[in-house]
Design a protein around this ligand. Structure first.
Ligand code: NAD
Ligand code: UDP
Length: 313
């Protein structure tokens, strides 16, 4: 019998890549998604497969899955700032009620559960680069609080099930990840800049563009998550690429990559509580998973551009 894995958020960017990976490794995959930010386009190629089943369901409501489950990967949640600002209550619910439902399911099925946490648990960090033992600097009542606090609660709830129920759990803190299947209009910086450059519009650089991010290609992230799930390590682990860049330099890099002379830089106001710096320290991932990113930004962007050229009208 193949091992069975439930992936929530399967029709999203990361969930669809994880579904591909687990199917490739010989698992039976059950995808679950309510399609609030995801798209069936991302998993259309999986629908005819016998080893893939899709449930259209909101995981903030009671979750039932028939039969045995070996693993649960909880990736359902709005993930882009404009998405969670538009859906603050759903974001809080999927991180809290959704996580509780899935932990209950994991306990009932004796399955191992991995949750998608985030570098946002560090907020606007006062420690740089961010190590897992940093507790963060989050404004709970600011606009980003709905996401950051949902994810912090999610970690606390998951650790409580581990400690008090002995459930096998894993926590990945994901730093900015990109690649094909990101929604073109999800508002995150890479889809925004690439589609603006292709259309010959202004690249909307928020603030003076001096804030930094560190971008990880999706295949590297998926490898790290796969290793973490199969490891015996229950504490949070950062997965990301340490190659830090300012948003202004990133905009220039995208302009050069796309090569559309009509595109230009267009400064816009900086969103409230936008973290000024972000870079993962991935020493722990190296130590416990023997994982390090292998795909440079130049290589990852070259793999990503054709998807956007195809999607952007
Ligand atoms: P995404 O928006 O592409 O995917 C999220 C998916 O979850 C979507 O398909 C959406 O429809 C689904 N969903 C949302 N609420 C749901 C609910 N209540 N019930 C069922 N399905 C629901 O985003 P993504 O980038 O693929 O992010 C996936 C996960 O990874 C999220 O939990 C996010 O917080 C986390 N994460 C992503 C990044 C990144 O850089 N991509 C960074 C940190 C954390
Ligand atoms: N950003 C920007 N222009 C955009 C979208 C985002 O300058 O059109 C900036 C944003 O202010 C932040 C960084 O790019 O500093 C990354 O934003 P994103 O929404 O991708 O993710 P975050 O890391 O903030 O969750």
């Amino acid at each position: 019998m193949n091992k069975r894995v439930l992936i929530t958020g399967a029709a999203g960017f990361l969930g669809s890549h994880l579904s591909d990976r687990f199917l490739k490794e010989g698992y039976e995959v059950i995808g679950m998604d309510n399609l609030i930010t995801g798209s069936m386009d991302n998993i259309a190629h999986l629908m005819p497969r016998e080893d893939f089943t899709f449930y259209h369901h909101d995981v903030s409501k009671f979750v039932h899955v028939a039969g045995e489950l070996d693993y649960i990967l909880h990736f359902a949640s709005p993930a882009s700032p404009i998405d969670y600002l538009k859906m603050p209550i759903q974001t809080l619910k999927v991180g809290s009620l959704g996580t509780h439902n899935l932990l209950g399911l994991a306990k009932a099925k004796n399955a191992r559960m991995l949750i998608a946490s985030t570098s946002e648990v560090y907020g606007d960090p006062l420690v740089h680069p961010q190590t897992e033992d940093y507790w963060g600097n989050v404004n709970p009542v600011g606009p980003r609080g709905v996401y950051d606090e949902a994810k912090r609660f999610q970690e606390a709830m998951t650790m409580a099930y581990h400690t008090f129920h002995g459930l096998e759990t894993r926590i990945v803190r994901i730093f900015n990840t990109y690649g094909p299947r990101m929604r073109v209009d999800d508002g995150r910086v890479l889809p925004a800049f690439i589609s603006q450059a292709i259309r010959g519009e202004g690249l909307t650089v928020f603030g003076d563009g001096s804030q930094t991010r560190s971008f990880c290609y999706v295949d590297d992230l998926v490898e790290g998550i796969y290793r973490l799930l199969l490891s015996d390590f229950a504490q949070p682990v950062n997965i990301g690429n340490g190659d830090e860049i300012t948003i202004m330099d990133f905009a220039r890099e995208i302009l050069a990559l796309v090569g559309n002379d009509k595109a230009y830089l267009d400064h816009r106001p900086l969103p409230v509580d936008d973290p000024k710096k972000r870079r993962p320290n991935t020493d722990l991932a190296k130590k416990v998973l023997d994982w390090q990113p292998t795909i440079s930004r130049a290589e990852g962007l070259a793999k990503t551009l054709p998807y956007f050229l195809d999607k952007v009208k």
